[in-house]
Design a protein around this ligand. Structure first.
Ligand code: UDP
Ligand code: MG
Length: 328
């Protein structure tokens, strides 16, 4: 019997956990109407990403009550991307479905994903038709961001496609091998390749609690996305530097000639100020861009583990977990 792992990152979701478990039961028991005749063995991995509420207690209760549920508790909040990696390292299924704990991802889409997987697709991603309740500003920002990201990178990172997806074990193994600690998983799915297909779904509104993705976190993730997949900003800085230098040289020649011909009247204060400000600004911008990349090198060069486990449910498979990259 094929085994399917459900990976669910949890951060302060005490109010949704019970509802989530109840909603998942038809799948776990293979009684879901859309699971036509299919019989799967199910495993749920709940990764508690350093929650401050009663999430961990609830998760532990569930795993005590239902042996198909395993949990991992991280020592602090490492962020969703790293929490996902903890689950990647522990999955034992033939395929894995990643979904949020807040019931925004429709469970009825999972049987469809499994069907596509059975047809031979290795990465079945959910494609959001609507983005649920979101501000106009966030929607506009997202659209502009993906357009910039895709124009500047060689891997196609699809808009409106997130972590709700089914991955074959091969894809999971490939992603486990990528141990960068500043992760942008959405890009990693595309970077590793494999046979992909999409399934449309409508994002539901959050039933309880509120999103953890504040504007600041989203901006950080967006920068992570760009700096992880392309060095185009460095190239832009170089080109910009080159253009500014060229214009400056032309202007210098003009000033020198003008002074030689007409002498040096006390004029041009605004020009000098504008030039200094412009040059200063573009130098700072270029330095900032270079700094972003140096910062990444600095962080990665420390070789810190992407997450630290405080405790986890004891199973036979746990003993064999290594947080080192697997040999591919
Ligand atoms: N999450 C997490 N760690 C974090 C933030 C979020 O594990 O630091 C989990 C959260 O519990 C949820 C999923 O990631 O299961 C998506 O988070 P959220 O709903 O806040 O994001 P949104 O759906 O608004 O993008
Ligand atoms: Mg959500």
């Amino acid at each position: 019997m094929k085994k399917i792992t459900l990976l669910i990152p949890v951060y302060n979701e005490e109010e949704s956990i019970d509802a989530l478990y109840i909603a998942l039961l038809p799948l776990l028991d293979n009684t879901h109407p859309l699971l036509v005749g299919a019989q799967y063995e199910w495993e749920i991995i709940l990764v508690d990403d350093g929650s401050h509420d009663l999430s961990l207690k609830k998760i532990k209760e569930l795993s005590f009550y239902d042996s198909r549920i395993r949990y991992v508790s991280l020592s602090r909040n490492f962020g969703k991307e790293n929490a996902l990696l903890a689950g990647f390292d522990r999955m034992t299924g033939d395929a894995m479905v990643i979904m949020d704990a807040d019931l925004q991802h429709p469970i009825d889409t999972i049987p469809e994903m499994l069907e596509m997987w059975e047809e031979g697709y290795e990465d079945v991603y959910g494609h959001r038709l609507s983005r649920g309740r979101e501000s106009i500003l966030r929607k506009a920002f997202t659209r502009a961001y993906y357009s910039i990201l895709n124009r500047s990178t060689s891997v196609d990172i699809l808009p409106n496609v997130g972590d709700f997806r089914l991955l074959d074990r091969k894809v999971v193994d490939a992603i486990r091998g990528l141990r960068e600690s500043q992760r942008y998983t959405k890009g990693l799915y595309c970077w590793v390749g494999f046979k992909k297909t999409g399934i449309d779904f409508k994002t539901a509104d959050r039933k309880t609690g509120k999103t953890h993705m504040s504007a600041g976190r989203l901006i950080n993730l967006a920068l992570e996305g760009i700096t992880s997949y392309t060095t185009a900003p460095l190239r832009i800085a170089t080109v910009l530097g080159f253009i500014v230098s060229l214009v400056s040289i032309c202007y210098m020649i003009y000033i020198v000639c003008k002074t030689l011909i007409y002498g040096e009247p006390i004029q041009g204060f605004p020009t000098i100020i504008c030039t200094i400000l412009f040059l200063g600004g573009s130098q700072l911008l270029a330095l900032g861009i270079i700094g972003e990349y140096i910062g990444k090198i600095y962080n990665e060069s420390k070789h810190r583990p992407p997450y630290i486990v405080a405790e986890e449910s004891q199973t036979e498979t746990n003993k064999s977990i290594t947080t080192k990259a697997p040999q591919l």
